[in-house]
Write a protein of this length. Structure first.
Length: 104
């Protein structure tokens, strides 16, 4: 943000000085289950989280081997929207895939 000083010059304001702060960020964590197929998880990661095929496969393998994996990190509203999209797609396809939110 900038402001014009009495001398007519432009002065930049520091973000901290203006009182604004960055929003908190949240991890969308995908949980493993015994029913959702690996292919469906990869498709969801590509479709909803905009991951490449390689990234989606790496995350899916993390979910499969570790019980969970980070699908992405977003502001609260975006993270909640993505969780709802996953839930809706999983329900429509008959899978119990779930995601949770964790503050970064």
């Amino acid at each position: 943000m900038s402001a014009i000083t009495p001398e007519g010059t432009t002065k930049l304001k520091n973000r901290a000085a203006s009182g604004t702060k960055r929003p908190s960020m949240y991890k969308v964590i995908m949980l493993n289950d015994n029913y959702t197929t690996m292919e469906f998880v990869v498709d969801i990661l590509k479709k909803i989280f905009n991951k490449t095929a390689i990234e989606a496969t790496e995350i899916m393998l993390s979910v499969h081997h570790n019980g969970k994996g980070v699908a992405g990190i977003y502001s609260y509203d975006i993270a909640m929207t993505k969780i709802k999209q996953v839930k809706d797609e999983a329900k429509k396809s008959g899978f119990p895939l779930k995601c949770i939110l964790e503050k970064e």
